[in-house]
Design a protein around this ligand. Structure first.
Ligand SMILES: NC(=O)c1ccc[n+]([C@@H]2O[C@H](COP(=O)([O-])OP(=O)(O)OC[C@H]3O[C@@H](n4cnc5c(N)ncnc54)[C@H](O)[C@@H]3O)[C@@H](O)[C@H]2O)c1
Length: 382
C-alpha cells in the first residue's frame, strides 16, 4: 500500500529518528533527510542508512521524488517548513506544537485544504492502545456523565541548572515551555478521549530556575547533562518550569492539570484520571499497557492491553497480542499507518483517524489561553 510513497524528514534529532524508524516499520521509504547544514545532513544520512541528504529544507521540498515531509526540527521552524512543503505539493506530518501561534496553525490548515493535501500533527500519545480504548469506553457511555478530568505531565530532565536544550530559548521553542511542549499533549489527549473542548482555564506558572548554564556547544534533547569542565554562559530563563491549570470543559466537566519539567524521578510521565457518574478510568504513560477502572459498586479492575479485550474499533490500532507490550515507538507507527492509509485511499473528504492540522490549531488555542490566564491572573476563555 505505502511502498511507492517516499518521505523526506526534516531534522534527524531525538524525535526525527523515531519518525524514521516508524516509517520503515510500515514500509514507507525514507528517501532523504534535511538538516541544519549539509555536513550534518550527510552524517545523519550515513548513520541512518538514508540515500539523499539535503543541506537545507528548501532543497528537499523541491525534490520531485519526495511525496511527504516529516517536520521534526525545533518549534520555530515548523510554520515556515510546513508552509513551504504544502506550497511544493507535499503531504505533511509535523511535530507538535504545529506552530508558535494559533493564527499560523489556522493558516496552515487552510492552505492544506486549498492544495488538497493532507496535514497531520504528531500528537502520538493518542495511539497507545489503551488510550484508544479509553476513548471507546467514553463513547460507549461506560463512564456515564463525565464529572472530573484531572492529571499531570511530569518530567525531570530540566531539573538542574546545568540542564540545557533549545526549548529554553523562546526564539527557538516559543514563549511558553512546559505547557506548550508537554501540557499541549495532555490537553490534546483528554479532549480527544472525552470529545469535549476546554472552554476556559485558570493558570499559575513558576520558573523555579530563573538562571541556567548554557553550554558553549549545542546539545541534543535528553542529552543535555553538562559535565563540570564544559564552558557555559549564564542565561536568564523566562519560560515556565511548572504550571498548574484549572480547567472548565464544555458540558460542565471540571478538571485540573499539573505540568512540570523539574520533578525528580518523573522521567516522562503523563497521567490522566477521568471520573464519571458510572465509573472512573486512570492511565499512566509509563505503564501504558494497563488501565485502572474504578467502580463504586464492585471491585476495581486493571484492564491489560489485549486486542481480544478491546472495543472492536480499537483492535486495528493494536499490533501485538496481550502480554506483548507496546510502547512509545509503536505510537508513531500507528499514527503513520493511519496517515499513509488515508493518503493512499485518495478521498480527502473522509473522516481522518489521526490528529490533523485543525487539532494542532485547537491545541494552540488552549495553550494560548493558558498563557493569557497566567499573565493576567484571571480565568481566560479558549
Ligand atoms: N511527539 C513527541 O512525543 C515529541 C517528542 C520529542 C520532541 N517532539 C517535537 O519534535 C521536535 C524536535 O524535537 P527534538 O527533541 O527531536 O529536538 P532535537 O534537538 O533532538 O532535534 C532537532 C533536530 O533538528 C535539526 N535542525 C535544526 N535546524 C534545522 C533546519 N533548519 N532544518 C532541518 N533540521 C534542522 C537539528 O540539527 C536536530 O537534529 C520539536 O518540535 C518537539 O516539540 C515531539
Amino acid at each position: 500500500m505505502t511502498e511507492t510513497i517516499k518521505a523526506g524528514v526534516s531534522g534527524g534529532g531525538f524525535i526525527g529518528e523515531a519518525h524514521i524508524e516508524a516509517l520503515r516499520r510500515i514500509g514507507v521509504k525514507v528517501a532523504g533527510i534535511a538538516e541544519a547544514d549539509a555536513a550534518l545532513a550527510r552524517e545523519k544520512a550515513d548513520q541512518l542508512g538514508i540515500e539523499k541528504s539535503y543541506g537545507c529544507f528548501e532543497e528537499m521540498v523541491h525534490d520531485s521524488q519526495i511525496d511527504s515531509v516529516h517536520i521534526t526540527s525545533p518549534n520555530y521552524l515548523h510554520y515556515e517548513q510546513a508552509k513551504q512543503a504544502l506550497l511544493c505539493g507535499k503531504h505533511v506530518v509535523c511535530e507538535k506544537p504545529l506552530t508558535l501561534t494559533s493564527a499560523q496553525s489556522a493558516e496552515l490548515a487552510e492552505l492544506a485544504a486549498q492544495k488538497n493535501l493532507v496535514g497531520a500533527v504528531s500528537h502520538n500519545i493518542r495511539f497507545y492502545p489503551l488510550v484508544q480504548q479509553a476513548r471507546a469506553m467514553v463513547q460507549e457511555g461506560q463512564l456515564g456523565h463525565i464529572f472530573i478530568i484531572q492529571g499531570s505531565y511530569l518530567q525531570d530532565w530540566l531539573l538542574l541548572d546545568t540542564d540545557w536544550n533549545w526549548r529554553l530559548e523562546p526564539e527557538l521553542g516559543g514563549d511558553m515551555r512546559a505547557v506548550a511542549d508537554i501540557g499541549s499533549h495532555w490537553l490534546d489527549l483528554v479532549t480527544f478521549i472525552c470529545g469535549k473542548k476546554v472552554v476556559e482555564v485558570f493558570a499559575d506558572f513558576k520558573t523555579f530556575l530563573p538562571v541556567r548554564k548554557k553550554p558553549a556547544k549545542a546539545v541534543e534533547t535528553y542529552s543535555g547533562k553538562l559535565d563540570a569542565v564544559q564552558e557555559y554562559e549564564k542565561k536568564e530563563i523566562k519560560t515556565e518550569d511548572y504550571a498548574s491549570i484549572l480547567l472548565h470543559f464544555e458540558g460542565g466537566a471540571k478538571g485540573v492539570l499539573t505540568v512540570s519539567q523539574v520533578c525528580a524521578g518523573r522521567k516522562n510521565r503523563l497521567y490522566f484520571e477521568i471520573s464519571g457518574s458510572e465509573r472512573s478510568i486512570g492511565w499512566d504513560s509509563q505503564v501504558p499497557n494497563e488501565m485502572w477502572v474504578g467502580k463504586r459498586t464492585g471491585p476495581n479492575q486493571c484492564l491489560l492491553k489485549d486486542p481480544s479485550l478491546a472495543a472492536e474499533p480499537v483492535r486495528s490500532s493494536i499490533s501485538f497480542p496481550g502480554g506483548h507490550n507496546e510502547g512509545f515507538p509503536d505510537t508513531f507507527k500507528q499514527l503513520f499507518r493511519q496517515f499513509y492509509a488515508y493518503i493512499a485511499q485518495k478521498d480527502f473528504s473522509k473522516v481522518r483517524n489521526f490528529p490533523t492540522f485543525e487539532d494542532g490549531y485547537q491545541a494552540l488555542t488552549m495553550v494560548e489561553a493558558v498563557g493569557r490566564s497566567a499573565r493576567k491572573g484571571t480565568w481566560s476563555k479558549v
